[in-house]
Design a protein around this ligand. Structure first.
Ligand code: FES
Length: 95
């Protein structure tokens, strides 16, 4: 079951930790990749980030950020929760 939301996920990343973030929008383990991109018609692959230090990040939960996997505030411009939770066709086309 999808756990995407209309607000960012706060992530406590650790030094030297590598995380794989979903870029296709189909993951059931948002904001992380669960390999759903392999099952869906998608040309995407996860966004891999190696954190150089301990840091708190805001990962996009609405799937509309233009700076994925990070929240860029776009969720604040969405009209309602339904818009934010819809899989955005542009996500697949950009990657
Ligand atoms: S949650 Fe902020 S842009 Fe998606």
């Amino acid at each position: 079951m999808s756990n995407w939301q209309d607000s960012p996920f706060k992530i406590e990343a650790k030094e030297n930790q590598t995380l794989a973030f979903c870029s296709c929008g189909f993951s059931d383990n948002a904001p992380y990749c669960d390999s759903s991109h392999k099952k869906e018609i998608s040309r995407t692959s996860p966004i891999i980030i190696n954190f150089k230090k301990n840091e708190t990040i805001s990962a996009c939960g609405c799937r509309h950020s233009n700076n994925r996997p990070f929240c860029d505030g776009t969720h604040n411009t969405l009209k309602n929760k339904k818009d934010s939770l819809a899989v955005n066709d542009e996500i697949d086309q950009e990657c």
